[in-house]
Design a binder for this molecule. Structure first.
Ligand code: SAM
Length: 250
């Protein structure tokens, strides 16, 4: 998979690519991630990529031609051109999963007041927002998308199960986690996790995941599907089970 990040600040996206999972995925050639400088496609000697908005108003707007040339320099069959934008569809795990199946993503980072509308109309195939707040530029959003997508590219995570069990892999938050020491500052690790009984542990974790989801994100439970065995486990866990099943059956 190839991810090209089009930006006027390529240094801004460089260092996150040098650490952890993104670094490993690149080293193992599972993904290629390029920061492409939009300024290289500006025609004038000052490499200007923005101009004042027609009609007046505050701020600057990214000129369409450097953006178009930058996209055209990378785009080929199988590319998907994505604009990061607070006005876009909300990016989530389902979108990340779909994008991880693509062979080439071109992520366009806006700056200032955003991009010229005609560039958006002509070149942009998808627009994603990473949340209802305004960032100074699309770079951090592009890195969020890059990270979430790369984790889902086959072979990137050492243990594929860890992606399967992550929060949002199904509409449930992940169960709470504990590590050594078993007793820390007077607080105990739940005994079941030390029992070595794999089925008991799985049931406990599942119930805690549902409990946590019911408390924090109850709307997710409306989309959750439970097996007969899971329903039984929930019924054995009282209040949370009732709550989860009530949501489920709504
Ligand atoms: N004036 C624009 C508006 O109100 O819609 C906001 C422009 S913002 C300051 C500059 C750039 O940051 C945007 O063009 C976009 O690329 C990026 N950006 C800002 N917030 C974002 C978000 N929540 N998700 C994705 N990209 C975002």
């Amino acid at each position: 998979m190839i991810i090209d990040i089009l930006t006027i600040f390529p240094n801004l996206v460089a260092s996150p690519l040098e650490e952890g999972i993104l670094r490993k995925a690149r080293q193992e050639d599972l993904v290629t991630i390029n920061a492409v400088n939009i300024r290289d496609f500006a025609a004038d000697k000052h490499q200007v990529t923005d101009d004042r908005p027609f009609g007046g108003g505050e701020g600057m707007v990214m000129k369409p031609e450097p953006l178009a040339l930058a996209v055209e320099s990378r785009r080929r069959q199988g590319s998907l051109v994505i604009l990061l934008s607070p006005q876009g569809e909300m990016f989530n795990q389902a979108v990340a999963r779909e994008l991880a199946g693509r062979e080439h993503l071109i992520l366009v980072c806006g700056r200032y007041e955003g991009v010229d509308e005609r560039f958006r109309e002509r070149f942009v195939e998808r627009e994603y927002s990473i949340g209802d707040y305004i960032l100074s530029g699309g770079e951090l959003a592009a890195l969020v998308v890059t990270d979430a997508v790369t984790r889902l590219v086959p072979g990137v995570l050492g243990c594929t199960d860890s992606a399967l069990n992550d929060t949002f892999s199904r509409p449930l938050l992940k169960h709470p986690q504990y590590t050594r020491p078993a007793r820390w500052r007077g607080m105990e690790t739940p005994a079941v996790l030390l029992s070595g009984d794999h089925q008991e542990i799985a049931d406990y974790r599942f119930s805690e995941a549902v409990r946590r989801t019911a408390e924090r994100r109850p709307e997710l439970l409306r989309r959750a599907e439970f097996s007969e065995r899971e329903k039984k486990t929930l019924r054995n866990n009282g209040f949370t089970a009732e709550m989860a099943l009530a949501h489920h059956e709504e």
